[in-house]
Structures are given as structure tokens and as C-alpha cells.
Design a protein around this ligand. Structure first.
Ligand code: PLP
Length: 285
């Protein structure tokens, strides 16, 4: 696989980053994951805009312009012959050559920019979408700026491990009795045809797929309500689903052991998945 590191395309075994990199020592970095379908990028602009916002919120320098980032994404897709897959992009505050809590001077320390591809043939035909996911709920103990897409992913990893140990597929995070989001996705329930999902705030990541899916729902005259919900309400819902750039719209059929509806993906989730994929393929670049 060819990867990108600070201006160079390299074989993955030759791409090396300093042990003093603040991403490595302090999780001082941000990332984005963009899907590739049919060799084209899904919602690249949305991801590029959120990346810029994450960098601004953390006072980090942007190492490349929008057009350059687009070019790097396209070149990696080309050289790695990615038909369906993912592109991971990470920017850290760079390597000041020692460990220090204080941010290094941006005049002397350049950010580290890394991109690599993940080949996922048939990404949009994931059999899990037909089966639906089983979810457990766990407490949300993450920090208070979940709107920034940082590389601090230890708790989401632990959440996925807890789900796996419990025989489930993923976990929803609960704070003050309400679902915030999934470990790596936004969470939704459907009741009497109405789509309910938590409103945007610093408590959740502002999902690029969330924005697109809610747009699709409104265009299809589906009712959307942005508000908090509890696990108990979710267990009584007709349907549930999650959204993310890599999973698109993924139905949920069980929450903490309670089966939703007939225990199979519901019509709203199925329809949204279809519309979302169709719309985003049309706009893919
Ligand atoms: N919420 C969290 C915590 C995430 O990690 C992600 C994606 O990685 C999402 C939501 C979904 O965001 P997007 O649709 O932009 O992939």
C-alpha cells in the first residue's frame, strides 16, 4: 500500500513519524474518514470543512489547502486501485523534539499529515445492513468536546470491546440518562414514522453522514425531531439505526437485550440507507 506522509507518497513500511510526535504522546491530533465508492469520494467537502473546524478549535495549523487534500485523496485512490474503501486522514500538532504539555511554537513545529487507504470491496453491500445491529448501552465518560474529531479513541475502543464481550455489535453512550451517540456513529430512533436524534452540541460529533441523512429524510417528507432520548424510549421505539461515513445508515434491531419491532431492519432505516447511498453516489467526486 502507498501512503502519504508530509508531502511524500511512500510504501507504508517506509513512512515513519517521530516518537516525540504529539499525536503519539498526547493524542494531540484530529482525523477524518472518507468513504470511496466506485473509485469516488463520498462527501469530501463535508469532511474537509469539519477538519478545518476541528483544527481551528484546537488552534492547529492547516497543513494543506482544500484542493491539495482533494488531490492527495484522489492520488491514493488511484495508486492503490481503490474501488470501494476508506481514506483515513490524520493531522497532529507535530513533533517538537521533546515532551512538553505546552503547545510548541507553530512557527518552528510543522503539523504531521498522514493519509492511508483501506480497501473494502463491496463496502456498500455490507451484509450487516440486512441483519441489523445489536447494541448495548454504556456510560459516556468521554471529555466534553466530542464535537472535535480528535484521535482520542480509547474509550470508544473500550466500548466496542464491551459490546463484543456482551455478544453485541456496538455500544451507545449514555450521559445524564440520555443517549449521546454511538462509539463511532450517530444514534437515531424511529417512532410512528418520526426520526428522532439528539440535537447538535459539544456533546456529540457533528456527523457528516448525519447531516446528509437528515437532508435526505426531509426531502423525502419524513418527519425529523432533534432532541434527547433515553435507552428506555429507544427500547420502545419501532426502529433504530446509526449513521457514519463508513457504515452509511446501519439498522439497529436490539438494544440492551430488548428486540425492536420484529427484530429485523425497519422500513425507515432501509429506505434512508437506499436514498442516502443513491444521493451521495450522485454527488461523489
Ligand atoms: N460520532 C462519533 C463518535 C464518531 O466517531 C463518528 C465517526 O467516526 C460519527 C459520530 C459519525 O460521523 P460521520 O458521519 O462524519 O462519519
Amino acid at each position: 500500500r502507498t501512503v502519504y506522509l508530509n508531502g511524500e507518497y511512500l510504501p507504508e513500511t517506509e513512512a515513519k513519524v517521530s516518537i516525540f510526535d504529539r499525536g503519539f504522546l498526547m493524542a494531540d491530533g484530529v482525523y477524518e474518514v472518507t468513504s470511496v465508492l466506485g473509485g469516488k469520494l463520498i462527501d469530501f467537502e463535508g469532511h474537509a470543512k469539519r477538519l478545518e473546524r476541528s483544527l481551528n478549535e484546537l488552534d492547529m495549523k492547516k497543513p494543506a489547502a482544500f484542493d491539495d487534500l482533494l488531490e492527495i485523496h484522489r492520488e491514493l485512490v488511484r495508486v492503490n486501485e481503490i474501488e470501494d474503501g476508506l481514506i483515513y486522514l490524520q493531522i497532529t500538532r507535530g513533533s517538537p523534539g521533546d515532551r512538553d504539555f505546552v503547545f510548541p511554537d507553530p512557527e518552528t513545529t510543522e503539523p504531521t499529515l498522514v493519509l492511508f487507504t483501506q480497501n473494502k470491496p463491496g463496502l456498500a453491500d455490507n451484509p450487516a445492513a440486512k441483519k441489523g445491529m445489536k447494541i448495548i448501552s454504556i456510560e459516556d465518560v468521554r471529555w466534553g468536546r466530542r464535537d472535535i474529531k480528535t484521535v482520542q479513541l480509547l474509550y470508544p475502543s473500550m466500548g466496542k470491546m464491551m459490546a463484543k464481550k456482551a455478544g453485541a455489535d456496538d455500544a451507545w453512550l449514555v450521559e445524564d440518562g440520555h443517549v449521546t451517540e454511538g462509539t463511532s456513529n450517530n444514534a437515531y430512533i424511529v417512532k410512528n414514522g418520526k426520526i428522532i436524534t439528539r440535537a447538535l452540541s459539544n456533546d456529540i460529533l457533528h456527523g457528516i453522514t448525519r447531516a446528509a441523512v437528515l437532508r435526505c429524510a426531509k426531502e423525502a417528507q419524513m418527519e425529523v425531531e432533534e432532541r434527547n432520548f433515553t435507552i428506555a424510549e429507544a427500547q420502545e421505539a419501532d426502529e433504530a439505526f446509526v449513521t457514519s461515513a463508513s457504515a452509511f445508515v446501519m439498522p439497529v434491531v436490539e438494544i440492551d437485550g430488548a428486540q425492536l419491532g420484529d427484530g429485523v431492519p425497519g422500513p425507515v432505516a432501509n429506505r434512508l440507507r437506499e436514498i442516502y447511498l443513491e444521493e451521495s453516489l450522485k454527488k461523489a467526486i
